[in-house]
Write a protein that binds this ligand. Sequence first.
Ligand code: ACO
Length: 362
Amino acid sequence: MVYHGLKGITCVETSISHIDGEKGHLIYRGHDAKEIALHASFEEAAYLILFGSLPQPAELLDFNEKLIAERPLPEHIQYLIQRLPENMDDMSVLRTVISALGEASYTYPPKTEEAIRLIAITPSIIAYRKRWVQGEKAIAPSSQSGHVENYYYMLTGERPAESQKKALEAYMILAMEHGMNASTFSARVTVSTESDLVSAVTSALGTMKGPLHGGAPSAVTKMLEDIAEKSQAEKYLAEKLEKGERLMGFGHRVYKTKDPRAEALRQKAEEVAGNDRDLDLALHVEAEAIRLLEIYKPGRKLYTNVEFYAAAVMKAIHFEDELFTPTFSASRMVGWCAHVLEQSENNMIFRPSAKYTGALTV
Ligand code: ACO
C-alpha cells in the first residue's frame, strides 16, 4: 500500500494544536484559537503555543522584553539583504536570510531562546527588504510597540489605526499554527535528523513558498477585482463553475464546515473596513459563492476558507499581495518553532519507505 502525500497518516503525537474539521474548531493548547485571535495579543498567543499555557503578567513582560531585544538586524544580515538581486522574490529572500542566521551557536537540541529570536527577527527582515527594494530608508524597530504594530511600523513608517492593528493581529494569530501542514512537517523532518532550529525553519520556509501551501491570496484578490460589481458576481461565479473551475477561497481539505479562521477574520475585516465598497463586494461574493457551490457541488460541504478573508483583511489594511506569504510565514514561525522543540523532546528520525517501480535486473 502506498499512501500518496501521506494523506490520512498520523505520524506524530502533538499537544500544540487540534483541528476538528467537522465541527469547525481550531484548538491551540486547549484554547479556542478563534477566541484567542479575537481577545489576546500576538505575544500572548505565541507564548501559549511555545510554552503550553497563557502567560502570567510577569511572564508576558519577560517574553515581550526578549522579543523586543531580538528585533534589530545584525549588520551582516543588513548587508546580505542589500546584496540579494532585486528581482529575487520575497519568500526566497526570507529563506536565504533566515538561513544566514544559523551561526555556530545553533546546535541540537533547539532552545526556546533561539525560537524567540527567530520569531522576533522575521518581521524585521521582511520590512527591511521591502523598503530596500522600494528605495526607502530602513526604519529601526520601535521598542514602544508590540510585535504586530512594530511590523506595520517598520514596513510603512506609520502607526496603524487600532482597528487595522487588531485585524492584522487576528490574522497573525490565526496563521500561527495549523497541525501537521506541509511546512511544519518539513521542519519536524529536518530536526529529526538532529539538525538545528535554523535549518528546520529554513526547510519550512522552502515548503511554505509553494502555491499549494503558502497560498495565493492574489487569486482571491484577482477574482474580486474581475467581478468588480455586485451585479456581476452571480454570472461570473456560475460561469466558472459551469467550466469546472474552482472558486478561490472556498473549500478545505480538513474543514467540512465554515473555517473558524475565516469567521474570525471576517469580523475583523468588518471592523477595519466598515462600509467599505471592497468589503461589501467580498461579503456579497461570499454569499453568492456558497449558494452556487451548494447547487453545482451538492453535498461537498464547500465553505469559505481562511484565504478568502485573509485577502480581505490584507486589502483593508492596504498590504500588497506580495506581503501575504511572508506575513503568513512570520506568523507560522511560532508554530514551526513549537513543533521543532516538541519533536526534539521525543525524537525519532523520519524515514518512510518507497515502493520501487523501476526495472529489476537481478
Ligand atoms: N470550487 C469549486 N469546486 C470545488 C472547490 C472550489 N473551491 N473545492 C472543492 N471543489 C469540488 C471539487 O471539484 C470536487 O468536486 P467533484 O466531487 O465533483 O470532483 C469536490 O469539491 C472535492 O474536491 P477535492 O479537491 O477532493 O477537495 P479537497 O478537500 O481535497 O480540496 C482544496 C481542498 C484544495 C482547498 C479545494 O477546496 C480547492 O481547490 N479550493 C480552492 C483553492 C483555495 O481556496 N485554496 C486555499 C485553501 S486554504 C489554505 O490552504 C491555507
